[in-house]
Design a protein around this ligand. Structure first.
Ligand code: HEM
Length: 400
């Protein structure tokens, strides 16, 4: 598709008046039509799917592809090299084959068994936070270490190396970084994981990477695929949840009556519904679920032609008044479970049971243990991640 000068640009920075809301122009487009056209960084135009129903229909449609190497794919940024960052950008049957290799460790029951360990990690980090300087940066001291420690434990990655892979994953998901630098960061972590997998082949442990080594030895996975799966899990495992912790805390501090409700309740159902509502309200994976049509698809009175790109921004689907009443209100008591913050269809988030559990533990612990927690700066001074694949804050200065 070629560009026309009148086509709006995607992505757009969030609303300057309320940093949790999508750009006002996107809201307007949702009002006007379920499908519209947008232009992206490389001058090509694609379909922007603005409404919840149409997003879910397209993401569940087998006639769309998540393969970034297909012609017409609406790339979020230039690609360097020919390496795929895991099965998230592959189609079935190869996607399903690789995903199945790591489905069991993310099953709800297996993940629930991690609750005591996650609670301990959370409590220990809060102890350290309280013993350290006040004010402090919540991202550095708490929001990033919680999921990072958890995913390291699950994968069998030594947490002592966290600075190395946190630094590289930060680079990898920042779209304003030159593509060569992002590719180098991916290669650094992939190389690191390849070495770690080789060590695990010599001394296997009771962890997910050792399980992948077993698959390689059984001839079910190539060593390169195993490193690719490890890379995807390591990056997805901490960048997302960390942003939900920090941005969620900011959203709650800005909505003190909602925070009071959460802090004052012992009801695990309210905590669970608070997690779903914050996932919906914040929609941190805000760069659009991106696909390309494999065949002509008729939808909402339009025809998406084979080879045309499709962008489904979940920050818009999750704010569609047709799916959620008063969608711009943060209401922890609403039933928001049908949100699309974890995507929809075959690529729906594999790690969602883990993300949910981590967020339930954190949201039910942090504000109770530090009831005086407050922002140590103004919202205007908080650096938001408008240039990232995942939305959030680079820092969150807090005091208590
Ligand atoms: C709050 C936290 C999280 C959010 C909001 C989130 C969001 C998402 C979304 C929207 C997708 C769909 C991508 C697409 O359709 O193109 C996805 C896929 C994925 N997520 Fe998450 N995620 C979170 C946490 C995690 C965690 C903790 C892990 C695990 C370690 C994880 C692993 C994955 C994987 C492996 C996929 C690819 C699934 C596939 O392609 O079949 N995520 N996530």
């Amino acid at each position: 598709m070629t560009n026309t000068t009148t086509t709006p640009q995607y992505p757009m920075a969030r609303d300057a008046r309320c940093p949790f809301d999508p750009a006002p122009a996107l809201h307007d487009q949702q009002e006007q039509a379920p499908l519209t056209k947008v232009c992206i960084w490389n001058g090509t135009t694609h379909w922007l799917v603005t409404r919840y129903e149409e997003q879910r229909a397209l993401l569940a449609d087998p006639r769309v592809s998540a393969d970034v190497f297909r012609d017409g794919f609406p790339l979020a940024a230039p690609i360097v090299g020919n390496r795929r960052p895991g099965f998230i950008v592959q189609d079935d049957p190869e996607h399903a084959r690789l995903r199945r290799m790591v489905t069991a460790p993310f099953a709800v029951k297996r993940i629930q068994a991690m609750r005591p360990a996650i609670q301990k990690i959370t409590d220990d980090l809060i102890d350290d936070l309280l013993a350290g300087p006040n004010p402090a940066d919540l991202v550095e001291a708490f929001a990033l270490p919680v999921p990072s420690l958890v995913i390291c434990d699950l994968l069998g990655v030594p947490y002592t190396d966290h600075e190395f892979f946190q630094q590289n994953s930060k680079t990898l998901i920042r779209l304003s970084v030159p593509p060569e630098e992002r590719a180098a960061a991916a290669q650094n972590v992939r190389g690191y994981l390849t070495d770690l997998l080789a060590q695990k082949a010599r001394r296997p442990g009771d962890d997910l990477l050792s399980m992948l080594v077993g698959r390689v030895e059984a001839g079910e996975l190539t060593p390169d695929d195993a490193a690719g799966v490890g890379l995807l899990l390591l990056i997805a495992g901490h960048e997302t949840t960390a942003n939900m912790i920090a941005l969620g805390t900011l959203a709650l501090l800005q909505n003190p009556e909602q925070l009071a409700l959460l802090r004052g309740s012992d009801d695990p159902k309210l905590v669970a519904s608070a997690v779903e509502e914050l996932l919906r309200y914040l929609s941190i994976t805000h760069n659009g679920r991106r696909r390309v049509a494999l065949e002509d698809i008729d939808i909402a009175g339009e025809t998406i032609r084979a080879g045309e790109g499709i962008i489904c921004p979940n920050e818009l689907g999750n704010r569609d008044p047709r799916a959620f009443a008063a969608p711009d209100d943060l209401d922890l008591t609403r039933d928001a479970r049908h949100h699309v913050a974890f995507g929809f269809g075959v690529h729906q988030c594999l790690g969602q049971p883990l993300a949910r559990l981590e967020l339930q533990v954190v949201y039910s612990t942090l504000y109770r243990r530090i009831p005086t927690l407050r922002l140590a700066t103004t919202v205007d001074a908080v650096p938001f991640k408008n240039d990232g694949v995942v939305y959030g804050v680079y820092e969150l200065p807090v005091a208590w």
